[in-house]
Design a binder for this molecule. Structure first.
Ligand code: NAP
Length: 532
């Protein structure tokens, strides 16, 4: 494409882990690329989620790029599980090292993307300007649009309101303050032990308790690091052959076929070492309700051992299938409820009736200085449906997805030619290690664009049939697991009015195989240069 001022081969929306690597790949192919980022700096998730205690619960040696051997050898992580601040530092290093900052426009929010069928171009309107491009790639993340709860009176609160998903950059002084936090998902479970250290009182408003496994985090074991670095690419390949694409997820035995005493001692070992891998520690935890209950009950007993007050412990014990909601990994979460200044309020028992200027009413009146919303995200689709993306015949993606998002492979959407999503609905994404899943998608998109150029193809679009069949497969697989019978953000249950459909593809190896098969068959399920 001839490049005039605002014309590019590719526009990439988002400068997080996906957008950065996508721009690297496409620039290396000689394409003109612009990245549009609404924040004032790069990093995506790791830029926005700056709350105290923010940390990745995938081990650092796995939660990192693998596209450049020198990069993965040179970078040293300080802890087994990296803090958000260190991951952000790493992403800035990557951007500097590969000269990626140049092509990013910061503080520029995309408000509309519209496909011009006649000229086969995307027109993109932002808060500052307008652009045209041949391809439009949404690298907007799966968990990037915060969920703002609809609680009576919340707008009248006169103290500080903070949201874990868009935390301010300046340090918040919690000392001597009465703080309330609403929500008890991964973000809250990470931040509660940190915030509890300084506050006068911390009131935790819980709607649904969560299962959480201790991280046993600590400084990076240099022997482990040395070993991994001596065989990094093999290590990555082995991990990606596991169901959820992480190293510790490798249990092949079934609880249902094992001796219960042995199971409990193995679960004890996994509790002490596996973090998220606890869920995959036995092959039938994700698929067999009775086996799942053995693991769930093990964790409930742990909670009751740790939390001294039996009533509080009982409230903290989840009843649903373990892993049905995203499993959490913590550093001293349950222990925090033994502190005298930490109070758990079960809002099923004592619903929040309203928020006042300085109070929260929930059976009792709580005096509050700071209110923290740890209420999650409009997951998987929010970043795509919160703006206007107009495809063929001006079909709006949010309307097309009203009854539930449909995508082919999580990469393409019918009626939206030359538009790609990175880790979109229908791909393993949030049920895998995001880093390699992102790299897989970025590489696929870049290779596809390269293939199109070599084969004189201008426009790619997935077919409705391929998409329907794909989403049917996603659901068929999900129906064999415990995931569909639990209310969670995986199936849209956390957002009022959102279609309830299960969106991630379960099983990294099966997905990878399908992707390779489809690609080898000249992108089966996609059509090229379809006439308008
Ligand atoms: P989340 O898991 O969706 O948790 C949100 C919490 O807010 C839930 O407890 C939810 O209750 C509650 N909630 C929502 N609306 C509410 C309302 N109106 N009133 C009362 N409670 C309400 O969100 P998150 O903790 O931000 O985590 C989201 C995901 O981000 C995680 O599952 C994980 O995948 C990712 N994450 C990862 C890490 C990491 O270490 N890698 C760290 C943080 C987050 P219900 O359960 O009843 O809906």
């Amino acid at each position: 494409m001839k490049n005039s001022l605002n014309k590019y081969d590719v526009l990439i929306i988002g400068a997080g882990v996906s957008g950065l690597f996508m721009s690297y790949r496409l620039k290396s192919m000689g394409l003109s690329v612009l990245v549009l980022e609404k924040a004032d700096q790069l990093g995506g998730t790791w830029n926005w989620n700056r709350y105290p205690g923010a940390r990745c619960d995938i081990p650092s040696l796995e939660y990192s790029y693998q596209f450049d051997e020198d990069l993965q050898q040179d970078w040293n992580w300080s802890e087994k599980y990296s803090a958000g601040t260190e991951i952000l530092e790493y992403l800035k290093h990557v951007a500097d090292r590969f000269d990626l900052k140049e092509g990013i426009n910061f503080e520029e929010e995309v408000v509309q993307a519209k496909y011009d069928e006649e000229n086969t171009l995307w027109s993109v309107k932002t808060s500052k300007s307008e652009y045209e491009s041949k391809f439009c790639i949404f690298a907007t993340g799966c968990l990037s649009v915060p969920n703002k709860p609809n609680i009576k009176g919340i707008e009248s609160f006169e103290g500080e309101v903070l949201q874990t998903a868009s935390w301010p950059r300046e340090k918040i002084d919690f000392s001597g303050k009465n703080v309330a936090i609403i929500g008890t998902g991964s973000s809250s479970i990470q931040t509660i032990p940190e915030i509890a250290k300084d506050v006068k009182n911390l009131y935790v408003f819980q709607r649904t308790p969560n299962y959480s496994i201790p991280s046993n985090n600590g400084p990076m074991d240099t022997e482990v690091e040395k070993n991994v670095k001596s065989r990094y690419s093999e290590f990555r390949k082995e991990n990606y052959l596991n169901g959820f694409g992480i190293a510790s997820d490798s249990g092949e035995a079934f609880i249902s076929e094992s001796d219960l005493e042995e199971v409990n001692s193995q679960l004890e070992e996994n509790w002490n070492s596996s973090g998220l891998g606890f869920f995959g520690g036995y092959a039938d935890i994700p698929v067999d309700v009775s086996s799942n209950e053995v693991a769930a009950s093990f964790v409930r007993n742990k909670i009751k051992e740790v939390v001294k007050d039996p009533e509080t412990a009982e409230k903290l014990c989840p009843e649903y299938h373990i892993g049905g909601k995203r499993l959490c990994v913590d550093t001293g979460y349950f222990e925090t409820f033994n502190k005298d200044n930490v109070h758990l309020i079960d809002i099923n028992q004592d619903p929040i009736s309203q928020v006042g200027a300085e109070t929260i009413e929930a059976n009792e009146t709580y005096q509050i200085d700071i209110l923290i919303l740890a209420t999650g995200f409009d997951a998987m689709t929010g970043a795509l449906t919160s703006l206007d993306i107009l495809g063929r015949n001006e079909i709006n993606l949010k309307d097309q997805w009203k009854e539930g998002a449909k995508s082919y492979l999580g990469l393409g959407v019918t009626n939206f030619p030359n538009l790609f999503t990175i880790t979109g609905p229908g791909s393993p994404s949030v049920l895998s290690n995001m880093m390699p899943s992102i790299e897989q998608h970025v590489n696929w998109i870049a290779d596809c664009i390269g293939w199109m150029s070599e084969n004189n193809k201008s426009v790619i679009e997935s077919t409705e049939t391929a998409e329907d069949e794909w989403m049917q497969l996603v659901n068929e697989i999900a129906d064999t697991t415990i995931f569909t019978s639990t209310k969670s953000w995986y199936n849209g249950s956390n957002i009022e009015g959102k279609a309830k459909s299960f969106l991630p593809f379960i099983g990294v190896p099966a997905y990878t195989e399908k992707l390779e098969e489809i690609t080898a068959a000249d992108y089966q399920g996609f059509v090229f240069d379809k006439s308008n």
